[in-house]
Ligand binder design. Structure first.
Ligand code: KIV
Length: 272
């Protein structure tokens, strides 16, 4: 393939430059087939650690390992051509020290071929974000509702309902920006706080359950496709694939039980 016809992936600087511009389309992706479909319409594919719950039936993201993230990250990079692929660093793989974070993030980038990593935490993770970005690892930050801290937060709670907490969230947003993050996921915060954060910082905010007043949006793909049994209130279901799959599987089961395959198409002919 010539250099002219090769499809170039969206780059980290291109996403950073979209601040205040055309909204950034982000979807989670965990498998090769869905990555290929989502890639055609997305700027960023996020291999989120929500895969622990969505693809592996875990209760929370806490049990997700680096090996899970690498395996799914490899599938998404193989399935996509265009979008920037960002892989989540799972709980326990980066919080201990900047050095641990660097070792694990470098492994994720080497073994998956992704373009950036995401990690949760604001001001408390600023030193780590700086350590990674200064050494060639682009970081998407994640503030507001941070599911890996759900035990500390007492569950998955909307953030910023109490105005007295807004200062801390704004401080988180400023700290990750100053540390060198190229964008930041803002999850589960009330609309006026999302708007203030978006206005206050120079990097794009990617909202989830944080209103349209961000520079981009991310949804869990299975949630918006109607494949997840329970979805958060803010999720628009763009399709009901669960019902379609159920219909197809039940028709298949009926055919098998009735021995009713159209036989000429479902057997191999004898050759001689
Ligand atoms: O793990 C994930 O899917 C995420 C998104 C919900 C932002 O972090």
């Amino acid at each position: 393939m010539s250099a002219e016809t090769r499809i170039r992936r969206v780059t980290v600087p291109q996403i950073a430059a979209r601040k205040g511009g055309e909204p950034i389309v982000v979807l989670t992706s965990y498998t090769v087939q869905l990555a290929a479909l989502a890639d055609r319409h997305s700027d960023v594919l996020l291999v989120g650690d929500s895969l622990g719950m969505v693809a592996h039936g875990m209760e929370t993201t806490i049990p997700v390992t680096l090996e899970h993230m690498i395996l799914h990250g490899q599938a998404v990079v193989r399935g996509s051509k265009r979008a920037l692929v960002v892989v989540d660093l799972p709980f326990g793989s980066y919080e201990e020290s900047p050095q641990t974070a660097y070792r694990n993030a470098a492994r994720v980038m080497k073994e998956t071929g992704c373009g950036a990593v995401k990690l949760e935490g604001g001001a408390r993770m600023a030193d780590t974000i700086r350590f990674l970005t200064e050494r060639g690892i682009p970081v998407m930050a994640h503030i507001g509702l941070t599911p890996q801290s759900s035990h500390v937060m007492g569950g998955f709670r909307t953030q910023g309902r109490d105005r007295s907490t807004w200062g801390a969230h704004l401080e988180d947003a400023r700290a990750v920006t100053e540390a060198g993050a190229f964008s930041v996921v803002v999850e589960g915060v009330v609309e006026p706080l999302a708007a203030q954060i978006t206005e206050a910082i120079a990097i794009p905010t990617i909202g989830i359950g944080a209103s349209a007043r961000c520079d981009g949006q991310v949804l869990v793909l299975e949630d918006m496709l109607g494949l997840s049994p329970r979805v958060p209130r803010f999720v628009k279901r763009y399709a009901e694939l669960g019902e379609i799959v159920d219909g197809a599987v039940s028709e298949y089961a009926r055919d098998v039980r009735a021995r009713s395959f159209p036989s000429e198409k479902h057997t191999y002919p004898i050759e001689d």
